[in-house]
Design a protein around this ligand. Structure first.
Ligand code: CAA
Length: 247
C-alpha cells in the first residue's frame, strides 16, 4: 500500500487510536486530529503511541468549527501533502431519556457527531476529486441503525451520517472517491465503559458473540474499506456488532 496520508478525526479517542494504528500498520502516513492536541493529555497520547512503535502527528481540530477545520486541513496539506484518506471518527455521547434531554445535550451531539462530517469533509473532498482518488470512511454506530433507548440525539446523528455517506458516495463515485460507513456495536472503549455497569451487562447479554468488540476489530474494517483495491465498494454501511443487530 502506498504511503498515502490518512487523517483520523477524534484520532486520540478509543476507536480513533485503534484506527490510527491499523492504518499505520497498513502503510498509511497517519495524522490524528483531536481537541487534546497541544495539551499534556495530547502529549501523553503521543508518548504512549511512540512507546507502542507508532510515530503519529497530532493536530488540533475542533470538528464543530467549520473555519477551524479548514485551517487545520490547509496546515496538514501544506506540511505533509494531500489528504487522500479521511476517517470521520470524532464523536461524543450525552445520553439521557428524551424526557430529560436538554437542548444543549441535543446540540452538542448533533454538532460533534454530524455537523463535523460536513465541516471536515467539505475541506477535503474537492482535492480528492481533482486528484481522482479518495477514501472517506464515516464511523457511525449500531445505534444509528436500530435506535437506542436514551440516545435520541446520538441515534439521530449517527443515522444522519449514513444518509450523508450514501448521498456523497453518488456525487464522488466517478472521480475515484469512495464514501462508506462503518457501524460499530458495543466496543470496549471508555465511551462504552461509561455506561452504568448493570445497563452494560444487559447489553452484552444481547450480543450473540457474547462479548464487547475489540477496538482493533473496527480498525481492521476501516483499513479494508480505505484500501486502494476497494474502489468498487462505495455507499455501504458495514456493521461490526457481534451479531447484535442483523438486518
Ligand atoms: N428499553 C425500555 N425501557 C428501558 C430501557 C430500554 N432499553 N432501558 C431503561 N428502561 C427503563 C427502565 O427500566 C426504567 O423504567 P422504570 O422507570 O419503570 O423503572 C426507565 O426506563 C428509566 O431507566 P434508567 O433508570 O436507566 O434511567 P436513567 O435516567 O437513570 O438512565 C440512561 C437513562 C442514561 C439512558 C441509561 O439507561 C443508560 O445509560 N442507558 C444506556 C444507553 C446506551 O446504550 N448508550 C450507549 C453509549 S456507548 C455508544 O453510544 C457507542 C456506540 O455507538 C454503541
Amino acid at each position: 500500500m502506498s504511503q498515502r496520508i490518512a487523517v483520523v478525526t477524534g484520532g486520540a479517542g478509543g476507536l480513533g487510536t485503534a484506527i490510527c494504528k491499523a492504518l499505520a500498520d497498513a502503510g498509511r502516513k497517519v495524522v490524528a486530529t483531536d481537541t487534546i492536541a497541544g495539551t499534556p493529555e495530547g502529549q501523553q497520547w503521543l508518548d504512549e503511541c511512540r512507546n507502542d512503535g507508532y510515530a503519529f502527528d497530532l493536530v488540533f481540530m475542533d470538528v464543530t468549527d467549520f473555519e477551524g477545520c479548514g485551517s487545520a486541513v490547509s496546515a496538514i496539506e501544506t506540511e505533509q501533502g494531500p489528504i487522500e484518506v479521511l476517517i470521520n471518527c470524532a464523536g461524543i455521547t450525552r445520553d439521557g431519556t428524551f424526557k430529560r434531554m436538554t437542548p444543549d445535550q441535543w446540540r452538542a451531539v448533533l454538532s460533534t457527531n454530524l455537523d463535523s462530517v460536513f465541516n471536515v469533509t467539505k475541506h477535503v473532498v474537492d482535492g480528492m476529486m481533482d486528484r481522482g482518488f479518495g477514501r472517506i470512511v464515516n464511523i457511525s454506530s449500531l445505534n444509528g441503525q436500530k435506535g437506542q433507548f436514551g440516545q435520541a440525539n446520538y441515534s439521530a446523528a449517527k443515522a444522519g451520517m449514513h444518509g450523508f455517506t450514501m448521498a456523497l458516495a453518488q456525487e464522488t463515485a466517478r472521480k475515484g472517491v469512495t464514501v462508506n460507513t462503518v457501524s460499530p456495536g458495543y466496543v470496549a472503549t471508555k465511551m462504552v465503559m461509561a455506561v452504568p455497569e448493570e445497563v452494560r451487562e444487559k447489553i452484552v447479554a444481547q450480543i450473540p458473540v457474547g462479548r464487547l468488540g475489540d477496538p482493533r476489530e473496527i480498525g481492521d474494517s476501516v483499513v479494508f474499506l480505505q484500501r486502494d483495491e476497494s474502489g468498487f465498494i462505495t455507499g455501504m454501511d458495514l456493521s461490526i456488532n457481534g451479531g447484535q443487530y442483523m438486518h
